[in-house]
Design a protein around this ligand. Structure first.
Ligand SMILES: CC(C)(COP(=O)(O)OP(=O)(O)OC[C@H]1O[C@@H](n2cnc3c(N)ncnc32)[C@H](O)[C@@H]1OP(=O)(O)O)[C@@H](O)C(=O)NCCC(=O)NCCS
Length: 220
């Protein structure tokens, strides 16, 4: 069993705990030592405690206190996740794939990524570091997701799509085949993206249109 600390204490952190528990039910693999968050909300602490887990402290403090533990960054907002990744040594990042996810042949999932129950990843897909595939997310054949991309519940990334780093694909959104989505873009919930997207825009609607240029980081 390898010790594991989960960075973040919110909803996706507990979803990540679900993934760990499902992996452990198949083969005991990880001992969750607890959660690290620099500013956890009271409700988050309460919900962790209801799961029998605790907040261990701030992120740097916990990374130092558990030097041998594996680490997963369970913060939904891609930009914040990428910032945290720079504080975690490369060899500590653990990849977690729920046994109820489907992963196609010749697909690679880089360190630090979390794939939730019901996610479907097709063949010859590359998922970068610290990616989040939420429950029911679909990634089509031959697609490439760069580092710290979030695909929210039910979203569909079609085949041959290239999603650059730190993009958030909102719940139930669709990205049509062959497109490129620029770094740091946000695709709103239920949008249908029909054209390439430049970096850092927010797109909403069907067909998707630019909603605002944002410096703001959207969370899942
Ligand atoms: C698109 C999004 C990033 C915009 O967030 P925001 O900048 O905070 O926008 P606001 O909530 O302030 O809304 C601004 C306007 O955009 C509209 N809007 C927000 N999200 C929208 C969406 N997905 N599609 C269409 N319109 C949307 C709002 O109705 C509002 O319109 P108004 O000005 O006419 O009242 C966000 O709403 C979104 O869809 N995020 C993804 C959420 C998601 O995936 N959730 C699942 C979590 S697991």
């Amino acid at each position: 069993m390898r010790d594991l600390v989960i960075l973040g204490a919110g909803g996706f952190a507990r979803e990540t705990l679900d993934v760990v528990e499902a992996i452990n039910a198949v083969a005991p693999t990880y001992t969750v030592r607890g959660f690290a968050d620099d500013a956890p909300r009271d409700l988050a602490l309460q919900r962790l405690s209801e799961r029998g887990h605790r907040h261990l402290g701030g992120i740097d403090e916990v990374l130092t206190a558990f030097p041998d533990a594996g680490v997963v960054i369970a913060v939904g907002a891609p930009v914040q996740r990428a910032a945290l990744a720079s504080r975690v040594e490369d060899d500590r990042a653990v990849t977690l794939v729920h046994p109820g996810a489907s992963i196609g042949s010749r697909t690679t999932i880089a360190a630090g990524s979390v794939v939730c129950a019901g996610a479907l990843v097709s063949t010859n897909v590359r998922i970068g570091r610290h990616g989040h595939l939420n429950p029911g997310a679909i990634v089509g054949h031959d697609s490439v997701l760069d580092d710290a991309v979030s695909v929210n519940p039910g979203a569909v990334v079609s085949g041959d799509v290239h999603i650059e780093a730190q993009v958030l694909v909102g719940a139930n959104a669709v990205v049509l085949q062959g497109l490129r989505i620029g770094e740091g873009a946000t695709i709103g919930a239920a949008a249908c993206v029909t054209k390439d997207a430049p970096p850092r825009v927010t797109l909403v609607g069907v067909p998707a249109r630019v909603h605002q240029t944002t410096g703001k980081s959207h969370s899942s």
